[in-house]
Design a protein around this ligand. Structure first.
Ligand code: AP5
Length: 215
């Protein structure tokens, strides 16, 4: 199962990717998570990426393509993978296709998550991330059991700097300008499946599993 999860920032790709990863035993490859890890470790790649991420801009293609290439080449991805937040530009999509062809592989499905702009802003403004592990919460929709504390590891919950209102607006503009063309790109290749991303996490999961079972 080789999947791409495509959609606006905050649409719920990461939340659903975690669940699909656990259910089917295939890894989630999130370029956002990989970049945040590089920023936290203060590597030279992380220092370069941080400037773009803080503005809500995309990190240069060559940097993210390199990160994904490294991951897809590992034995962990033998049964498949879920790409969460990659590709985000046509050159990234072309590079991914080339990379897979080189390994005699291809994508199975591109799941395009759809919700309104207002819902995106609500979801991002209430998002809280664990400072220690990859767990993601929402103040209202996916609250932790104890306020401000991660259920999984007890770490402190925090708001990411790029979830601030001004940055969210610019991330949405960048998405519309640079990532939106991928919808037609994958539709033309007959890989695109639209998924209604509205409603509770559980109801989206139900629709997603039904869609994957059909594919
Ligand atoms: P990245 O981390 O990939 O951010 P994103 O795509 O903008 O997506 P998010 O992680 O913000 O949202 P999501 O769709 O995963 O939603 P989530 O499940 O968390 O990228 C960050 C930055 O890194 C980019 O801006 C860019 O600079 C750089 N970058 C990353 N990849 C790149 C690439 N390929 N090329 C170049 N640059 C790149 O859910 C959001 C919230 O809603 C959470 O609080 C969650 O609990 C809640 N929620 C989820 N589902 C539901 C539901 N059904 N109902 C109610 N609440 C829900």
């Amino acid at each position: 199962m080789r999947l791409v999860f495509l959609g606006a920032p905050g649409v719920g790709k990461g939340t659903q990717a975690e669940m699909v990863s656990a259910k089917y035993g295939i890894p989630k490859i999130s370029t956002g998570d990989l970049l945040r890890a590089a920023v936290a470790q203060q590597t030279s790649l992380g220092k370069e990426a941080k400037q773009y991420m803080d503005r809500g801009d995309l990190v240069p293609d060559k940097v993210v393509i390199g990160l994904v290439e490294e991951k897809i080449g590992t034995s962990e991805c033998g049964k498949g993978f879920i790409l969460d937040g990659f590709p985000r530009t046509v050159p990234q999509a072309d590079s991914l296709a080339g990379l897979l062809v080189g390994k005699g592989l291809s994508l199975c499905r591109v799941i395009y998550f759809v919700i309104t702009r207002e819902e995106v802003i609500n979801r991002l403004s209430g998002r809280r991330n664990c400072s220690r592990c990859p767990a993601v919460y929402h103040l209202e929709f996916v609250p932790s059991k104890k306020e401000g504390i991660c259920d999984e590891c007890g770490g402190e919950l925090m708001q990411l700097s790029d979830d601030r209102k001004e940055t969210v607006e610019s991330r949405l503009t960048v998405y519309e300008e640079q990532t939106f063309p991928l919808i037609e790109y994958y539709r033309e290749k007959n890989l695109l499946a639209e998924l209604d991303g509205s409603g509770s996490v559980g109801s989206v999961q139900g629709r997603l599993i039904a869609l994957l079972s059909k594919s």
